[in-house]
Design a protein around this ligand. Sequence first.
Ligand code: MG
Ligand code: ZN
Length: 359
Amino acid sequence: MRELLSLLFSISFLACSAQQVVIKSETNTLKKPKNIILFIGDGTGLSQISASQFFNENPSNFDRFPVIGLIKTSASNSLITDSAAAATAFASGIKTYNGAIGVNVDSTAVPTIVEIVSEKGLSTGLVSTSSITHATPACFYAHTKSRGLEEDIASFLVASEIDFFAGGGLNFFKHRSDGKDLIRVLENNGFSIDTTSLKMAPANKHGFLLANGGMPKMLNGRGDFLPNATQMAIEQLSQNKQGFFLMVEGSQIDWGGHANDADYLISELIDFDNAIGIALDFADQNGETLVIVTADHETGGFTLANDGGDYNKIKATFSTNGHSATMVPVFAKGPGADLFGGIYENTRIYHKMMELLNR
Ligand code: MG
Ligand code: ZN
Protein backbone atom coordinates (compact mmCIF):
# COMPACT_ATOMS: atom_id res chain seq x y z
CA MET A 1 0.00 0.00 0.00
CA ARG A 2 2.73 2.37 0.93
CA GLU A 3 4.51 1.52 -2.33
CA LEU A 4 1.36 2.12 -4.33
CA LEU A 5 0.82 5.48 -2.65
CA SER A 6 4.35 6.55 -3.32
CA LEU A 7 4.01 5.41 -6.95
CA LEU A 8 0.79 7.41 -7.34
CA PHE A 9 2.49 10.36 -5.73
CA SER A 10 5.43 10.24 -8.14
CA ILE A 11 3.11 9.90 -11.16
CA SER A 12 1.06 12.92 -10.13
CA PHE A 13 4.24 14.81 -9.34
CA LEU A 14 5.65 13.99 -12.77
CA ALA A 15 2.39 14.96 -14.47
CA CYS A 16 2.32 18.18 -12.55
CA SER A 17 5.90 19.15 -13.35
CA ALA A 18 5.40 18.22 -17.03
CA GLN A 19 2.41 20.55 -17.12
CA GLN A 20 4.43 23.31 -15.53
CA VAL A 21 7.10 22.94 -18.18
CA VAL A 22 4.52 23.33 -20.94
CA ILE A 23 3.00 26.41 -19.36
CA LYS A 24 6.41 27.91 -18.86
CA SER A 25 7.46 27.36 -22.46
CA GLU A 26 4.16 28.83 -23.67
CA THR A 27 4.70 32.02 -21.74
CA ASN A 28 8.25 32.17 -23.09
CA THR A 29 7.00 31.94 -26.66
CA LEU A 30 4.38 34.58 -26.05
CA LYS A 31 6.71 36.98 -24.29
CA LYS A 32 7.02 40.15 -26.32
CA PRO A 33 9.41 43.03 -25.70
CA LYS A 34 8.22 46.54 -24.94
CA ASN A 35 11.29 48.03 -26.60
CA ILE A 36 13.51 47.01 -29.53
CA ILE A 37 17.02 48.31 -30.10
CA LEU A 38 18.34 47.35 -33.55
CA PHE A 39 22.07 47.70 -34.18
CA ILE A 40 23.30 47.70 -37.77
CA GLY A 41 27.03 47.30 -38.31
CA ASP A 42 27.39 48.53 -41.88
CA GLY A 43 29.66 46.10 -43.74
CA THR A 44 30.10 43.85 -40.70
CA GLY A 45 30.65 40.19 -41.55
CA LEU A 46 31.93 37.42 -39.33
CA SER A 47 35.61 38.28 -39.80
CA GLN A 48 34.89 41.87 -38.75
CA ILE A 49 33.15 40.59 -35.60
CA SER A 50 35.98 38.10 -35.00
CA ALA A 51 38.36 41.05 -35.00
CA SER A 52 36.69 42.18 -31.77
CA GLN A 53 37.96 38.93 -30.18
CA PHE A 54 41.56 39.50 -31.24
CA PHE A 55 42.04 43.26 -31.27
CA ASN A 56 39.79 44.47 -28.43
CA GLU A 57 41.47 44.79 -25.03
CA ASN A 58 38.08 44.30 -23.36
CA PRO A 59 35.82 41.23 -23.59
CA SER A 60 33.59 41.60 -26.65
CA ASN A 61 29.93 42.43 -26.05
CA PHE A 62 29.08 40.06 -28.93
CA ASP A 63 29.88 37.25 -26.45
CA ARG A 64 26.82 38.24 -24.38
CA PHE A 65 24.21 37.12 -26.95
CA PRO A 66 22.49 33.74 -26.45
CA VAL A 67 20.83 33.60 -29.91
CA ILE A 68 22.69 33.76 -33.23
CA GLY A 69 21.31 33.59 -36.78
CA LEU A 70 22.51 34.24 -40.33
CA ILE A 71 20.85 36.34 -43.02
CA LYS A 72 20.97 36.22 -46.80
CA THR A 73 21.44 39.75 -48.07
CA SER A 74 20.78 39.84 -51.84
CA ALA A 75 18.87 42.79 -53.32
CA SER A 76 15.96 42.43 -55.78
CA ASN A 77 18.13 43.21 -58.77
CA SER A 78 21.56 41.94 -57.74
CA LEU A 79 23.27 39.16 -55.82
CA ILE A 80 25.27 41.69 -53.84
CA THR A 81 23.32 44.36 -51.99
CA ASP A 82 24.12 47.96 -51.16
CA SER A 83 23.20 49.58 -47.85
CA ALA A 84 20.01 51.19 -49.20
CA ALA A 85 18.33 47.99 -50.45
CA ALA A 86 19.44 46.15 -47.30
CA ALA A 87 18.16 48.83 -44.90
CA THR A 88 14.85 48.96 -46.79
CA ALA A 89 14.62 45.18 -46.17
CA PHE A 90 15.12 45.77 -42.41
CA ALA A 91 12.85 48.84 -42.19
CA SER A 92 10.02 47.74 -44.49
CA GLY A 93 10.35 43.98 -45.04
CA ILE A 94 10.72 44.02 -48.82
CA LYS A 95 13.45 43.24 -51.34
CA THR A 96 14.19 46.24 -53.53
CA TYR A 97 16.89 47.53 -55.88
CA ASN A 98 20.28 48.91 -54.88
CA GLY A 99 20.02 52.62 -54.14
CA ALA A 100 16.32 52.53 -53.14
CA ILE A 101 15.38 54.40 -49.95
CA GLY A 102 12.08 53.12 -48.51
CA VAL A 103 10.59 52.40 -51.94
CA ASN A 104 9.78 49.14 -53.75
CA VAL A 105 10.97 48.00 -57.20
CA ASP A 106 8.43 50.38 -58.83
CA SER A 107 9.80 53.29 -56.74
CA THR A 108 6.56 53.41 -54.74
CA ALA A 109 6.88 54.32 -51.05
CA VAL A 110 6.53 51.44 -48.57
CA PRO A 111 5.69 51.99 -44.87
CA THR A 112 8.63 51.78 -42.46
CA ILE A 113 8.77 50.30 -38.96
CA VAL A 114 9.36 53.80 -37.58
CA GLU A 115 6.17 55.09 -39.24
CA ILE A 116 4.10 52.10 -38.12
CA VAL A 117 5.17 51.96 -34.47
CA SER A 118 5.02 55.76 -34.09
CA GLU A 119 1.34 55.51 -34.93
CA LYS A 120 0.93 52.95 -32.16
CA GLY A 121 2.35 55.43 -29.66
CA LEU A 122 5.94 54.17 -29.39
CA SER A 123 8.84 56.61 -29.36
CA THR A 124 11.50 56.23 -32.05
CA GLY A 125 15.14 57.18 -32.45
CA LEU A 126 18.09 56.90 -34.83
CA VAL A 127 21.83 57.15 -34.19
CA SER A 128 24.57 56.85 -36.82
CA THR A 129 28.20 57.82 -37.39
CA SER A 130 27.42 58.79 -41.01
CA SER A 131 25.17 61.71 -41.87
CA ILE A 132 21.74 60.91 -40.46
CA THR A 133 20.49 61.22 -44.07
CA HIS A 134 22.88 58.49 -45.33
CA ALA A 135 21.36 55.30 -46.83
CA THR A 136 21.11 53.13 -43.70
CA PRO A 137 19.30 55.52 -41.33
CA ALA A 138 17.37 57.15 -44.23
CA CYS A 139 15.48 53.93 -45.02
CA PHE A 140 13.79 54.12 -41.61
CA TYR A 141 11.97 57.40 -42.35
CA ALA A 142 12.40 58.52 -45.99
CA HIS A 143 11.14 57.45 -49.42
CA THR A 144 13.30 58.41 -52.39
CA LYS A 145 14.21 56.73 -55.65
CA SER A 146 17.88 57.24 -55.00
CA ARG A 147 20.15 57.34 -51.96
CA GLY A 148 22.01 60.36 -53.31
CA LEU A 149 19.06 62.73 -52.69
CA GLU A 150 20.16 63.63 -49.18
CA GLU A 151 18.46 67.05 -49.12
CA ASP A 152 15.12 65.39 -49.91
CA ILE A 153 15.88 62.77 -47.28
CA ALA A 154 16.48 65.55 -44.70
CA SER A 155 13.01 66.95 -45.52
CA PHE A 156 11.52 63.53 -44.77
CA LEU A 157 13.28 63.47 -41.39
CA VAL A 158 11.80 66.85 -40.48
CA ALA A 159 8.29 65.64 -41.42
CA SER A 160 8.70 62.30 -39.60
CA GLU A 161 7.59 61.26 -36.11
CA ILE A 162 11.17 60.55 -34.98
CA ASP A 163 11.78 61.69 -31.38
CA PHE A 164 15.58 61.44 -31.11
CA PHE A 165 18.38 61.50 -33.66
CA ALA A 166 22.14 61.88 -33.52
CA GLY A 167 24.76 61.79 -36.27
CA GLY A 168 26.29 63.99 -38.96
CA GLY A 169 24.70 65.67 -41.99
CA LEU A 170 24.20 69.29 -40.92
CA ASN A 171 24.77 70.47 -44.53
CA PHE A 172 21.56 68.78 -45.71
CA PHE A 173 19.53 70.72 -43.13
CA LYS A 174 21.27 74.07 -43.11
CA HIS A 175 23.21 74.83 -46.29
CA ARG A 176 20.66 73.61 -48.80
CA SER A 177 20.24 74.39 -52.49
CA ASP A 178 16.62 75.49 -51.84
CA GLY A 179 17.78 77.90 -49.11
CA LYS A 180 15.45 76.37 -46.50
CA ASP A 181 16.59 76.23 -42.88
CA LEU A 182 15.36 72.87 -41.64
CA ILE A 183 16.99 73.38 -38.24
CA ARG A 184 14.49 76.20 -37.69
CA VAL A 185 11.63 73.93 -38.74
CA LEU A 186 12.77 71.18 -36.36
CA GLU A 187 12.95 73.68 -33.50
CA ASN A 188 9.43 74.90 -34.33
CA ASN A 189 8.38 71.24 -34.12
CA GLY A 190 9.57 71.03 -30.51
CA PHE A 191 13.11 69.74 -31.04
CA SER A 192 16.15 70.89 -29.18
CA ILE A 193 18.88 70.86 -31.86
CA ASP A 194 22.57 70.85 -30.97
CA THR A 195 25.21 71.16 -33.68
CA THR A 196 28.28 71.30 -31.43
CA SER A 197 28.09 68.74 -28.62
CA LEU A 198 26.14 65.84 -27.13
CA LYS A 199 24.44 67.62 -24.26
CA MET A 200 20.87 67.01 -23.20
CA ALA A 201 18.88 70.26 -23.12
CA PRO A 202 15.47 70.45 -21.44
CA ALA A 203 13.11 69.32 -24.24
CA ASN A 204 11.01 66.28 -25.14
CA LYS A 205 12.74 65.73 -28.49
CA HIS A 206 16.45 65.96 -29.26
CA GLY A 207 18.44 66.18 -32.47
CA PHE A 208 22.23 66.23 -32.71
CA LEU A 209 23.92 67.09 -36.02
CA LEU A 210 27.58 67.15 -35.08
CA ALA A 211 29.29 67.23 -38.51
CA ASN A 212 28.57 68.71 -41.94
CA GLY A 213 28.76 65.25 -43.54
CA GLY A 214 29.81 62.03 -41.83
CA MET A 215 31.12 62.11 -38.26
CA PRO A 216 34.94 62.05 -37.85
CA LYS A 217 36.66 58.65 -37.83
CA MET A 218 37.54 57.04 -34.50
CA LEU A 219 41.16 57.29 -35.67
CA ASN A 220 40.67 61.07 -35.96
CA GLY A 221 39.30 61.51 -32.46
CA ARG A 222 35.53 60.95 -32.62
CA GLY A 223 35.72 59.65 -29.05
CA ASP A 224 32.69 58.05 -27.39
CA PHE A 225 30.03 59.67 -29.58
CA LEU A 226 28.34 56.38 -30.53
CA PRO A 227 28.09 54.79 -27.03
CA ASN A 228 27.16 58.17 -25.49
CA ALA A 229 24.49 58.95 -28.10
CA THR A 230 23.11 55.42 -27.63
CA GLN A 231 22.91 56.04 -23.88
CA MET A 232 21.16 59.40 -24.35
CA ALA A 233 18.70 57.95 -26.86
CA ILE A 234 17.78 55.19 -24.42
CA GLU A 235 17.40 57.69 -21.57
CA GLN A 236 14.99 59.84 -23.57
CA LEU A 237 13.03 57.12 -25.37
CA SER A 238 12.56 54.90 -22.29
CA GLN A 239 10.48 57.68 -20.71
CA ASN A 240 7.64 56.46 -22.93
CA LYS A 241 5.63 53.83 -21.02
CA GLN A 242 4.31 52.44 -24.33
CA GLY A 243 7.81 51.48 -25.48
CA PHE A 244 10.34 52.53 -28.10
CA PHE A 245 12.21 51.50 -31.23
CA LEU A 246 15.83 52.64 -31.62
CA MET A 247 18.20 51.97 -34.54
CA VAL A 248 21.93 52.48 -33.97
CA GLU A 249 24.34 52.22 -36.88
CA GLY A 250 28.10 51.70 -36.85
CA SER A 251 28.30 53.34 -40.28
CA GLN A 252 32.02 53.53 -40.81
CA ILE A 253 32.93 49.86 -40.33
CA ASP A 254 31.87 49.76 -43.99
CA TRP A 255 34.05 52.72 -44.90
CA GLY A 256 37.09 51.04 -43.36
CA GLY A 257 36.27 48.00 -45.49
CA HIS A 258 35.94 50.06 -48.70
CA ALA A 259 39.29 51.68 -47.93
CA ASN A 260 40.85 48.24 -47.22
CA ASP A 261 42.14 49.90 -44.05
CA ALA A 262 42.20 47.37 -41.20
CA ASP A 263 43.01 49.95 -38.49
CA TYR A 264 40.07 52.10 -39.61
CA LEU A 265 37.73 49.11 -39.75
CA ILE A 266 38.77 47.62 -36.41
CA SER A 267 38.64 50.91 -34.48
CA GLU A 268 35.08 51.49 -35.79
CA LEU A 269 34.13 47.92 -34.90
CA ILE A 270 35.34 48.25 -31.31
CA ASP A 271 33.41 51.53 -30.95
CA PHE A 272 30.28 49.73 -32.26
CA ASP A 273 30.93 46.90 -29.78
CA ASN A 274 31.05 49.47 -26.93
CA ALA A 275 27.70 50.96 -28.00
CA ILE A 276 26.18 47.46 -28.01
CA GLY A 277 27.42 47.07 -24.42
CA ILE A 278 25.48 50.19 -23.37
CA ALA A 279 22.25 48.77 -24.82
CA LEU A 280 22.80 45.31 -23.29
CA ASP A 281 23.44 46.82 -19.84
CA PHE A 282 20.14 48.73 -20.13
CA ALA A 283 18.28 45.68 -21.47
CA ASP A 284 19.64 43.40 -18.72
CA GLN A 285 18.25 45.56 -15.96
CA ASN A 286 15.14 46.69 -17.85
CA GLY A 287 13.97 43.16 -18.72
CA GLU A 288 11.51 44.30 -21.43
CA THR A 289 13.99 45.20 -24.15
CA LEU A 290 15.08 43.10 -27.11
CA VAL A 291 18.53 43.93 -28.50
CA ILE A 292 19.28 42.79 -32.07
CA VAL A 293 22.63 43.25 -33.80
CA THR A 294 23.08 42.57 -37.49
CA ALA A 295 24.67 43.91 -40.67
CA ASP A 296 23.42 44.98 -44.07
CA HIS A 297 26.22 43.09 -45.87
CA GLU A 298 29.92 42.36 -45.59
CA THR A 299 32.44 44.88 -47.00
CA GLY A 300 35.97 44.30 -48.23
CA GLY A 301 36.01 40.50 -48.30
CA PHE A 302 37.80 40.95 -45.00
CA THR A 303 39.79 37.95 -43.69
CA LEU A 304 41.86 37.25 -40.60
CA ALA A 305 44.50 35.32 -42.53
CA ASN A 306 47.71 33.79 -41.22
CA ASP A 307 50.78 35.93 -41.74
CA GLY A 308 53.10 34.20 -44.21
CA GLY A 309 52.40 30.73 -42.78
CA ASP A 310 52.82 31.82 -39.15
CA TYR A 311 49.74 30.51 -37.32
CA ASN A 312 50.49 32.73 -34.35
CA LYS A 313 50.15 35.92 -36.35
CA ILE A 314 46.96 37.32 -37.87
CA LYS A 315 47.21 39.40 -40.99
CA ALA A 316 44.07 41.37 -41.85
CA THR A 317 43.53 41.03 -45.59
CA PHE A 318 40.91 42.18 -48.10
CA SER A 319 39.68 40.72 -51.40
CA THR A 320 37.63 43.65 -52.76
CA ASN A 321 37.08 47.42 -52.44
CA GLY A 322 33.34 46.78 -52.47
CA HIS A 323 30.72 44.60 -50.79
CA SER A 324 30.58 40.80 -50.79
CA ALA A 325 27.74 38.25 -50.98
CA THR A 326 28.57 36.33 -47.80
CA MET A 327 25.80 35.79 -45.25
CA VAL A 328 26.03 38.06 -42.21
CA PRO A 329 25.30 37.22 -38.56
CA VAL A 330 22.33 38.26 -36.42
CA PHE A 331 22.64 38.40 -32.62
CA ALA A 332 19.64 38.68 -30.29
CA LYS A 333 19.06 38.96 -26.56
CA GLY A 334 15.91 39.68 -24.56
CA PRO A 335 12.19 38.85 -24.90
CA GLY A 336 11.54 37.40 -28.39
CA ALA A 337 15.22 36.70 -29.07
CA ASP A 338 14.49 33.05 -29.92
CA LEU A 339 12.81 34.16 -33.16
CA PHE A 340 16.16 35.28 -34.55
CA GLY A 341 18.00 31.93 -34.72
CA GLY A 342 18.40 30.08 -38.03
CA ILE A 343 19.15 31.05 -41.63
CA TYR A 344 16.72 33.39 -43.37
CA GLU A 345 16.34 36.38 -45.73
CA ASN A 346 17.17 39.89 -44.44
CA THR A 347 13.50 40.92 -44.94
CA ARG A 348 12.54 38.52 -42.10
CA ILE A 349 14.22 40.85 -39.59
CA TYR A 350 11.42 43.36 -40.23
CA HIS A 351 8.66 40.75 -40.04
CA LYS A 352 10.02 39.28 -36.80
CA MET A 353 10.29 42.73 -35.20
CA MET A 354 6.75 43.62 -36.28
CA GLU A 355 5.39 40.34 -34.93
CA LEU A 356 6.96 41.20 -31.58
CA LEU A 357 5.80 44.83 -31.51
CA ASN A 358 2.28 43.90 -32.60
CA ARG A 359 0.45 43.81 -29.28
MG1 MG B 1 25.37 52.80 -43.65
ZN1 ZN C 1 29.46 50.09 -48.44
